[in-house]
Design a protein. Structure first.
Length: 435
């Protein structure tokens, strides 16, 4: 009977090591002015590489991957427990070799790439020696990929790419970008687009500007223009017309990993809220003694535990089925729940800290924006809720109830009487027998 909420003692020890290591050595990295994608910076070499070596020595490097790709093959549940710790701080994924968007890009090159593509890009990517971008969203719309117009036209031995992409994370540090472009405009909707590997130094690739998420000191979201960008034919990634399938493979895992890390961010907010509540005084005691504050702590704890269990259950299902498609409903559900839980807990933590809470000396305003990011990046919440509903309704498609359905009271009574006879008579019969 496998219905267990305990962590294996051996892995619990690993988690303890991760917790200590992240607290002591990784969290301080957020305050030294280095960006996790700036891998060519000499300070990155000096500061981050030794930490990555420690992680590798602990056999905790790239745990999202199977052993064939240099990972540990721990599966999603263990990864979920790890990510709860890594989600506390922005540098941790890079130190542990599981940073987005490189993880997703590596995943699709591993799945769909040719041997040459794997040789050139996969190894360095998995080793965090190079950074990559995923260039899909366009300025005129990101939620609906059928609106994308960036094109790739075959010309001799090359593809010629033209168009604009928006919010290509880490474009300015990337050595290559995976670009989604229309190759077959007349094909059925979901076979119109293909993926390409485009080295960033190819003539015609231009970063128009680097946009920052509000509150971040620098921009890392590239607005990228592609003007007559020529790449050899063998830079097509996967099948021609296969971009939708490839992007779903990529985004499925990424969404779960975001949710796992969000558990960590929520925990941090709740932890700080509790520390403040027991420390901050009023004339008649600390604010933790006020019921209104207690309600906020209780709600946050309840919402976090519900969300965490849902995330871990989804991770467990991915391990069980080894097929993201079978878990699509629950991945979409946790993706939809994530921004709300994160927003509500971070907002309460901010509020309980008063003026300090809204200041730029605390993480909470950044977390609230982070919650909005979680509701937009990888597709907006509304779209994912539609997926949840559609998937859930599948089991009901054959139902055709009459206007007064079988579960209305008169029908239920009638059915019960048919099954058990007249209940009053039954009681009388029993009374006669007893007499
Ligand atoms: C921090 C961050 C990083 C990102 N990184 C990348 C990246 O690396 N690569 C990349 O390609 N993209 C990236 N994106 C872009 C992201 O994928 C898009 O922002 C997202 O798909 C939404 O597209 P949009 O911004 O154009 O919003 P829109 O499509 O304009 O949607 C705006 C709003 O309209 C509503 N809406 C839209 N469609 C529907 C619908 N069908 N039903 C109901 N309501 C709807 C929703 O409220 C939605 O929030 C990133 C975004 C962020 C915020």
């Amino acid at each position: 009977m496998a219905w267990d909420f305990e962590t294996d003692p051996e892995f619990a020890e690993k988690l303890e090591w991760i917790d200590r290591f992240v607290t002591e050595k990784v969290e301080p990295l957020s305050y030294i002015g280095l960006h996790p994608a700036d891998v060519k910076n000499p300070r990155y070499e000096k500061l981050i590489r030794p930490l990555q070596a420690e992680v590798k020595a602990q056999k905790l490097w790239a745990c999202h991957l199977g052993p064939e790709l240099g990972g540990q093959g721990y599966g999603q549940v263990k990864l979920g427990l790890m990510n709860e710790i890594l989600g506390r701080t922005m540098f941790a994924p890079s130190v542990f070799g599981c940073q987005a968007p490189d993880t997703g890009n590596a995943e699709i090159i591993a799945h769909f790439g040719t041997e040459e593509q794997k040789k050139e890009y996969l190894g360095p990517l998995l080793n965090n020696e190079m950074v990559s971008g995923f260039s899909m969203s366009e300025p005129q719309g990101g939620s609906d990929p059928t609106l994308f117009i960036t094109s790739a036209v075959a010309d001799g031995d090359e593809w010629v790419i033209n168009g604009e992409k928006w919010f290509t994370t880490n474009a300015k540090w990337s050595e290559f970008l995976i670009v989604m472009a229309v190759t077959d405009p007349d094909a059925p909707t979901y076979q119109r687009m293909s993926m390409f590997i485009v080295p960033t130094d190819t003539p015609g690739v231009e970063i128009v500007r680097n946009v920052g998420v509000y509150g971040s000191p620098r921009g890392s979201e590239g607005y990228v223009r592609y003007t007559n960008v020529r790449v050899p034919k063998d830079h097509l990634l996967g099948e021609r017309g296969g971009a939708f399938i490839i992007s779903q493979t990529r985004l499925g895992g990424g969404r779960v990993h975001h949710a796992m890390r969000t558990v960590g961010s929520c925990r941090r907010a709740l932890d700080l809220m509790c520390r403040r509540a027991v420390s901050r005084k009023t004339r008649d005691g600390v604010i933790a003694d006020k019921q209104a504050v207690q309600m906020q702590i209780a709600d946050s704890y309840i919402e976090l535990e519900q969300f965490r269990l849902f995330v871990l259950k989804t991770a467990w299902m991915i391990d069980k089925y080894k097929d993201y498609k079978k878990v699509r409903k629950d991945i979409a559900a946790i993706k939809s729940q994530m921004p709300k839980v994160y927003h509500d807990i971070a907002a309460r933590a901010l509020h309980v800290h008063g003026a300090l809470g809204v200041s730029n000396e605390m993480p909470f305003a950044g977390q609230v924006i982070g919650a909005f990011v979680m509701g937009i990046a990888d597709g907006p919440t509304e779209v994912h809720k539609v997926t949840v509903a559609r998937q859930h309704l599948r089991a009901y498609r054959d139902v055709q109830d009459p206007d007064f359905p079988a579960y209305s009271l008169p029908q239920l009574k009638e059915a019960a009487l048919e099954l058990y006879g007249d209940p009053v008579e039954a009681v009388h019969e029993m009374a006669d027998q007893e007499a």
